[in-house]
Design a protein. Structure first.
Lengths: 438, 315
């Protein structure tokens, strides 16, 4: 009886082990079906997921193959993409934030697309905004095709301005920095109401730096340019808004600080942000609109940023590459970008899909006018092949200036030697990429 | 009658049937069964622990950006550590975190274990409640503590305000960001030590205390000469695991301060992660992680050396 019980137990254990093995093997071997159109994208909300599902349906309808999208929350997207690229399990097409295109391109993670574009008479690159094309390229070659592109603008709370009896700003003419500062001060009631909000980070600071005629790096990217007078003027102007004029809501935590959530409280007059936040700002319980970014010495030339789709280098020539190119074209086609723009996600990168990005807010049309050069202006986000490192360095030292813990000159003097080292590393990477290409 | 031995056949001992040598211990049935049971863990250890350690050793000798073919770097990645201020600052921050958080955690755990060992009613309920922070995911706890630390409206500063103390802007202050992380980490991890200490306390024979009482020992002397020596194996275990854990601190620093302000709360593991997966410098990240590994091994070995003098085992 005892033996029998032992045998049964062993058998059960073996059976369970066998079942677990089969399940494990099945799990390991599960993947997209052969011939499927696989693509990777970030997605952090249900609304965003819905847009990508609609993209999937559109792809299936256009290509007649199954669409398999790998959606990952935006914060974890680059890490997941890296691991997929390294392990050879990346999708045929992957979305890339414009700031990381040089990083991936320089390391050979994605293939350049010029040969595919040249061989495809149906594909018109001219239909994409010039800034989108610039963002999607590296070292004179096209590595990605844009799906959105937009300049930074200034959101404003119309109700708050009206309540204070302040005339609404021009819808097309950028105000000067001095006017902006006066307005922000006028609209601030300490502890109750604030004139302005932006993120205490380089992503927002660059718009002011470009407007002052400066940049993060020199024209040849051989050295840091943050210490140049133009950049210093811009940095000091913004930091003064925080520390001296105190027209911004107090910073409670550098990690969770969000200009959008500050603005949505309804007690902040101006918010610096991109049109990609229009979809969220529509939930505001007050009347609001957007205007061009305030003009500095160099005019109103804020950061223009965007995102694109690219093909990993691991995609094999032949049928796989053919499908990848067809998929890339479909995901960036006017039809797909219509879906994207109609959902209000952001301004589409294609001129022909522009009409789908509609109000509210009333003045949404300036986004395309700015990109077309009809109103104010913009400056493509200049980045290096080691932009993560540059951002990390600036993210360590610059936020302390917003808190008044260190002055702007002290912070810039402290970080410039390290930034110069990163610039030299960037140039080395570009040289290596050029040599590889040659 | 004499017996001639010459006529008698020589007495020879019949050869004993050859004794079969027992199989070596490692081939015995028991050993094979043991190996079978160990096998899943062993395979897991080799693939997921030993393998990566060896791989890190190899990668530390390479220049590798993940995407291109790696190239030989020799010891260059180790040489880069010397002049890298962020590495030393991260090492300093990690050491600060360890030196303060480990003693504090042990003190709190021990005090609570002693309290719970007083034969309170519903001790299981208290024990479970006090263990909750340890059982909760660090990421969730970190977000709750961000709100607790908010400068003006946060609970921590509100409580300090009741005593007339104007609390600092914890997570953005040069001085207070690391203590804020330490406080949260102590709260998060004291439950583990508490449970281990409580088990240790409950295993101390009561006769020792009774003998002490007969001799008229004070409660303090009883704690000093009975409880502490008898609890020393548990104490040693908690110290070793806490030091190793604190050297690997990562998630709370990443979520609550992202290493700031400046590099005040950038820990070594955070810096390794950034180097490897944000800066794509796998070789340098591997070199850093081997140095961290060496530090942990050195400290743990030192602790084991002191164990012989300070830890009391029954046997």
């Amino acid at each position: 009886m005892r033996t029998m019980s032992t045998n049964l137990t062993r058998r059960s254990v073996l059976q369970l082990g066998g079942l677990a093995g089969i399940a494990l093997a099945a799990g390991c071997s599960s993947g997209p079906p052969a011939g499927a159109a696989t693509w990777a994208m970030w997605s952090s909300s249900a609304a965003e997921k819905k847009v990508w599902e609609d993209f999937g349906k559109y792809v299936e309808q256009q290509l007649g193959v199954k669409s398999v999208a790998t959606l990952t929350p935006s914060s974890g997207y680059p890490t997941k993409l890296d691991l997929q690229l390294v392990s050879g399990t990346a999708s045929l097409v992957t979305a890339l934030n414009g700031t990381l295109i040089p990083t991936y391109a320089a390391r050979g993670a994605h293939r350049q697309l010029d040969d595919l574009i040249a061989a495809d008479p149906d594909f018109k690159l001219d239909d994409f905004y010039e800034t989108s094309r610039k963002i999607s390229g590296f070292n004179g070659k096209t590595y990605a095709i844009g799906f959105d592109v937009a300049p930074t603008v200034m959101y404003y709370n119309k109700d708050l301005l009206k309540k204070q009896g302040i005339p609404l700003p021009s819808r097309t003419e950028p105000m000067s920095w001095a006017t902006f500062r006066d307005l922000a001060k006028q609209l601030t009631k300490p502890g109750e109401q604030y004139g302005f909000t932006c993120a205490p980070a380089i992503d927002d600071l660059v718009s002011w730096i470009y407007c002052a005629g400066g940049n993060v790096m020199s024209a040849d990217a051989s050295r840091s340019a943050l210490g140049d007078p133009e950049a210093m003027e811009a940095l000091q102007f913004v930091i003064d808004l925080f520390v001296k004029d105190k027209v911004t809501p107090p910073i409670k935590n550098l990690v969770t600080e969000s200009s959008l959530s500050n603005f949505m409280q309804g007690n902040v007059a101006f918010m610096q942000n991109g049109p990609w936040q229009v979809v969220n700002a529509r939930k505001a319980k007050f009347d609001w609109d957007i205007i061009p970014f305030p003009a500095g010495a160099n005019g109103s030339t804020p950061r223009v940023s965007g995102s694109s789709f690219a093909i990993p280098s691991g995609v094999r020539e032949g049928a796989e590459l053919d499908l990848a190119w067809k998929l890339l074209k479909t995901l960036t086609s006017t039809g797909a970008l219509d879906i994207y723009a109609k959902a209000g996600r952001n301004n589409p990168a294609r001129l022909s899909a522009g009409s789908a990005f509609r109000p509210p807010p009333d003045n949404l049309g300036i986004v395309q006018d700015i990109l077309a050069g009809k109103v104010a202006g913009g400056h493509a986000f200049d980045v290096t092949t080691n932009w993560n490192q540059v951002k990390q360095l600036l993210g360590q030292d610059l936020p302390r200036t917003f808190l008044g813990q260190v002055g702007v000159p002290e912070a810039i003097n402290g970080l410039t030697p390290r930034l110069d080292v990163l610039m030299r590393q960037h140039l080395d990477t570009v040289r290596q990429a050029t040599a590889r290409k040659g | 009658m004499a017996i001639s031995t010459a006529d008698t056949a020589p007495v020879t001992t019949a050869p004993a049937p050859a004794r079969q040598a027992p199989p070596p211990r490692w081939r015995s049935r028991e050993a094979l069964t043991a190996w079978l049971f160990i096998l899943p863990s062993l395979v897991g250890f080799l693939i997921f622990t030993a393998g990566p350690v060896v791989a890190a050793g190899v990668i530390s000798l390479l220049n590798w950006n993940l995407f291109s073919a790696p190239t030989w770097a020799g010891l260059h990645n180790f040489a880069r550590l010397g002049p890298d201020p962020t590495f030393w600052s991260a090492l300093g921050s990690t050491a600060y975190f360890t030196l303060v958080s480990v003693p504090l955690t042990i003190l709190v755990s021990l005090l609570l274990a002693l309290l719970l060992n007083q034969g309170l009613k519903r001790i299981a309920v208290f024990r479970s409640l006090l263990l909750l922070p340890y059982a909760t995911i660090t990421v969730a706890v970190a977000f709750v503590w961000i709100w607790l630390y908010i400068p003006h409206d946060g609970l921590v500063n509100a409580v300090l305000g009741w005593f007339g103390i104007n609390g600092p802007a914890w997570l953005i202050s040069d001085t207070w960001a690391m203590p804020a992380l330490i406080l949260m980490s102590v709260w998060k991890s004291f439950g583990f030590g508490m449970v281990v200490f409580l088990a240790g306390l409950q295993a101390i024979p009561q006769q020792l205390y009774e003998a002490g009482r007969v001799d008229g020992t004070s409660p303090w002397k009883s704690f000093r000469h009975i409880t502490l020596p008898m609890l020393s194996p548990a104490l040693f275990f908690v110290i070793v695991t806490s030091v190793i854990g604190s050297f690997q601190v990562f998630d709370q620093a990443l979520i609550m301060t992202n290493g700031g302000p400046g590099t005040r709360t950038t820990t070594l593991v955070m810096y390794i992660y950034r180097t490897g997966f944000e800066n794509y410098d796998q070789g340098y990240a591997a070199a850093q992680s081997l140095v961290l590994f060496a530090f942990i091994v050195l400290i743990t070995a030192t602790q084991f050396m002191f164990q012989r003098k300070l830890v009391h085992y029954d046997n």
